[in-house]
Design a protein around this ligand. Sequence first.
Ligand code: GH3
Ligand code: MG
Length: 301
Amino acid sequence: MKSKIIVIEDTQEDFESLKKTLPLEEYTLLHAPNGYKGIELIEEEMPDLVILDLVLPDVDGFEVCKRIRQDERFISLPILFYTSSGNLDNKLIGLAVGGSDFLIKGSDSREVNIRIRNLLRSKKMFDDVVKLSVVDALTHVYNRRYFQHRLADELERGRRYNREFCCIIMDIDNFKGINDTYGHPVGDLVLKRIGSLLRRNIRSADVLCRYGGDEFGLLLPETTSHGAFITAERIRTLLEKKDLGKPDNEIKTTLSLGISSLVEGGALGTDELVTQADVALYKAKQEGRNRTKIYGSHMEA
Ligand code: GH3
Ligand code: MG
């Protein structure tokens, strides 16, 4: 896939001469003629690299760089200053405000390309490592660590803005039986398929993770326990109809789900929310599996 580069440059001539030095079969080049348009374009396009002129008609390059660096989404985005002079003060300020490197206009095209390639490679490495640290290797949904982190964020947001949100913990029913009957690799495949079925059937704001062996966790921001129940039941009934063993065997399984909510459970913290969803899940298992339960304080008696 081509790397996406945004060039923020007001002088058309300078943009054209830079364009000529770049292998356009490797890069998609987008052009913004001033700082504000550049910031807008970055937010829309989520590029892999920004090449930033220092002198612009509205805000200077330093300011653009500072603003980009304030946004957590662009933590790994390399910013390459593109200037006509190698003035040391400018270089120091540029690096201090978060610039990644400097390029003097009219430099040898080999230097331009090596600097760009190095920055793109560093970004890719950083993004890959971040991904590895938050994603479950088998199912490709988020891992438990990321879930805890998002749960804490959502809890704080929910409290501050008085918004409801729910947590669902679900566990596959009799999963040991699948491993025992078909072997561990088939068990793995079933886990993967359930992970993708879940991913396809939630909203983009929801956070899905593999919570443990055959357990998945789902955070539903801005959702009442009634809404969470509808989601849980939709997932449950979809799964019970699905053949997860294709093409070799017919393998069917079901899920038990427990729901806790910030408002109804009166949960104090992230641990309580997960514990309450777990208590509800336990109740679902006790009552015969393949069902959804919403936490209620009577359950702990
Ligand atoms: P229950 O209905 O009570 O949940 O019964 P269960 O058989 O699903 O029991 P439980 O949830 O306690 O056990 C989960 C099993 O999941 C145990 C373990 O062998 C299996 N398991 C955990 N992680 C993996 C994995 O990565 N791959 C495979 N294939 N199996 C796993
Ligand atoms: Mg299980």
